[in-house]
Design a protein around this ligand. Structure first.
Ligand code: ZN
Length: 504
């Protein structure tokens, strides 16, 4: 079955010049061209539209995104009072047992103090857990502390009198996540993943790198995804945050680690930094370090896998670089070439110094960045400046430096941490807080198409419209490469692997 998509313009983003139509045969692009179109079984006329390759989001958590979409009002809550009102309504709603809300973010509240445990106790007798948007902090009431076994896990915060404050981070926070996910049925998990994938398609995304988090979501979350991924509207490639090599190999995956945390986040003050936080939170946390980190990276590389880790703070990035330098240093020159070609990934890599970027480039490491972090938390007066002071905050997320030093960069949303919205990513790169780091429209689009595809070793199939590549294409009502503004742009039609998965 051959379908011809006819538009005003087709940007291939490859070496082929712009065309006017794309001929799709099944899952693949057969031809892109201009002028008289070839015959087809079916013609889809898109007058005035511009077709681009589908966006690839290199860092997504599907189930958590589904949860966040269910709770969009949580993120939009403009104050502590508004958040508490939503939590009360949810607790009074149907169901019993644990009540979980996902996605609160106090950084724009007039009074950024999150709710205290007494306020949460007053809301409901049911166990209540409120996960912060960054995925690294939870707020709980005493019923939740009593009902979830957190014994022995670090991260339950206590005040000077030894009473719990309701704030939970680290291992205890991940146990809360596991408790909240094991509460869900298989059908609910499928529904969450489907909802997230459908939203991705509705925003012009045709492929995602799914950052599977078995420690917090349980392995079942991954099993559900693997069982129905062919039916999802976007092409989802799972990367599992585990050090269990036999598991990744048994699942037939070509990568491991992904969002495996070496440290935490700036928002939770758990990103590992070399100089203490400005607001008194210490120097963050290291969850994987030293010989354990080296042996994981070494074993993953030796097994032929692409290995990724999550590292945000400069101290965590340093640990990852030192570990990779030890692995690399033991290789001969031919093995070093193969090492570099593997494109081992660092997710986030937000506080990289010029020296660290240079060393990443020497190792052939790839940067998987989230441009909207800068939009949401960078710049004067933002969360990063409050946590780290103006000098360190000013140097964060140096995307232009990565590119100019020859580091492979791909981009994603880290949804639900930031919205599944590639144009927000593009606009964030165009308006980076540091004018010297800003990208052009075309460069920014490149990070979310071919750049992200290259992170997944998919560049011969995705990110570019070319014969033999995947039929992953999106029709837009304006030409996004020329439009003055692209933020908020929504597709007319999204095609993923030849399937029309969204139509306006
Ligand atoms: Zn991460």
């Amino acid at each position: 079955m051959r379908t011809l998509y006819r538009a005003r313009r087709v940007h291939t983003l490859g070496i082929a010049p712009p065309g006017e139509w794309v001929l799709v045969d099944g899952r693949h692009v057969q031809r892109v061209g201009a002028g008289e179109p070839p015959s087809a079984d079916r013609v889809v006329e898109l007058p005035g539209a511009t077709i681009l390759p589908g966006f690839v989001d290199a860092h997504v958590h599907l189930s958590a995104t589904g949860l966040a979409l269910e709770a969009e009002e949580v993120r939009a809550a403009p104050s502590r009072e508004a958040l508490l009102a939503i939590a009360r309504a949810r607790a009074e709603g149907p169901g019993e047992g644990l009540v979980c809300l996902e996605g609160w973010d106090e950084s724009a509240w007039p009074d950024p103090r999150p709710p205290a445990i007494d306020e949460l106790d007053a809301l409901t007798p049911r166990p209540l857990v409120l996960f912060r948007a960054d995925g690294h902090v939870a707020l709980v009431n005493r019923a939740a502390l009593a009902s979830v076994d957190l014994a022995g896990a670090e991260g339950v915060e206590h005040d000077a009198h030894g009473r719990p404050t309701g704030r939970v981070v680290g291992a205890a926070q991940r146990l809360l996540r596991r408790a909240s996910s094991s509460n869900r049925s298989r059908e609910q998990v499928e529904g969450l993943q489907l909802r997230a994938a459908a939203t991705a398609a509705a925003r012009g995304i045709t492929a995602v790198h799914e950052m599977s988090m078995p420690e917090s979501d349980g392995l079942r979350d991954l099993e559900v995804l693997l069982a129905h991924r062919d039916r999802l509207p976007v092409d989802a490639t799972p990367i599992v945050a585990t050090t269990d090599l036999p598991l990744a190999i048994a699942l037939g995956l070509s990568a491991i680690g992904g969002d495996l945390p070496v440290d935490g986040s700036i928002g939770a003050r758990t990103a590992a930094v070399s100089v203490p936080y400005e607001d008194g939170g210490g120097t963050g946390a290291m969850y994987l370090d030293g010989d354990a980190l080296v042996s994981f990276l070494h074993a993953g590389h030796a097994a032929g896998l692409q290995v990724g880790v999550h590292a945000i703070g400069d101290r965590a990035i340093e640990a990852v670089l030192v570990a990779w330098e030890r692995v690399y240093g033991a290789l001969d020159s031919r093995a070093r070439r193969h090492f570099r070609a593997r494109r081992h990934r660092i997710e986030h890599v937000e506080m990289a110094s010029d020296d660290q970027i240079e060393r990443a480039a020497m190792l052939g490491l790839a940067a998987s960045i989230q441009p909207a972090f800068d939009r949401l938390w960078g710049g004067p007066g933002g969360l990063y400046e409050r946590a780290l002071g103006p000098e360190r905050a000013a140097r964060m997320n140096p995307v232009r430096t990565f590119l100019s030093r020859g580091v492979l960069v791909g981009a994603g949303s880290d949804a639900p941490v930031t919205p599944l919205d590639p144009w927000l990513g593009v606009a964030s790169l165009e308006t980076h807080h540091d004018p010297a780091q800003r990208l052009s429209r075309l460069e920014a689009v490149g990070l979310l198409t071919v750049g992200a595809a290259r992170l997944g070793h998919q560049e011969d199939k995705k990110g570019v419209l070319q014969p033999g590549g995947h039929a992953d294409l999106v029709a837009w009502p304006v030409d996004p490469l020329e439009a003055p503004e692209v933020e908020g742009l929504r597709p007319l039609l999204t095609v993923s692997l030849g399937r029309e998965v969204f139509a306006a």
